[in-house]
Design a protein around this ligand. Sequence first.
Ligand SMILES: [Zn+2]
Length: 297
Amino acid sequence: MKINGFDLSDHAENQIAAALNSGRFPHAVIIDGGSLEEREGLALKTAKALVCESEDEKPCNECNHCRKTALGMHPDVIMYHPRKEKNNKNLSYAVDYIREIRDTAFVIPNEADTKVMILSQAELMNDNAENAFLKILEEPPKFTEFILLCPSKSFFLPTVLSRVMVYSLGEAADDVSANIPYEDIENAATSVVLALINSKEFEIVRAAGAFSADDKLFKPALGVMQDIFSQALRVKYSALDGEASPIASKAAARLSVKALLKLTDNIYELLSALDARGNMNLTITRMCTLFRAAINE
Ligand SMILES: [Zn+2]
């Protein structure tokens, strides 16, 4: 078996390729340094090699597992992003989110022998979340690999660092996405949701213009929309503990369950496309098409 497609002149890629080649890839690793894109790219390449079923070259880029991973559609390769919790203005990995991730980690893989769970921007765990994560690391499920991404391993507690292997892409490039004011992301997401609520197709396109103007907004805004729709669904099912945000209440009042489910699916598809490094502008256009169809169904 041979490891394929890794840049062996790069220290981190070289080390990862060696670990994969040994057949004893650590259960939990941190990839730090470089840019967010580089970290996510290397994590996906690693994930592909871990699920690939080829006997001679991994990743072969041809088997079902490689293809699905490249399309962001492999059920056992999951990339998580920080999200906004009810009582918090900022994106984060809160304890509850880590517990959801833990529950998923203990479910056996669907299609591959291994499940790969990537946590992008893992530096956005607070201490409580990190301690919850530590519990998973203490007794990790045999079939699950964790890849944590962050600008610097120094964000983690020593107790976590003692249980993971760190691969470094060198000095961290500025993490631009972390510097966007949350308000801008929320405003952009809310404009799209309002256009959907009002069934104004032209407004969807106009609201999406904010993403073409500043494409760093797009991915986090999709995350915010996902939260709004899932909150609205919980309102519909009377399953919300606590109060819904005004925009989620409006969405629940004006959109059908079917439309909300469709929109949630659409966002999942769009995020997967972006994770697979799909073209940003095409994905923005695709969002408009999918969303229009969802509210007209
Ligand atoms: Zn393959």
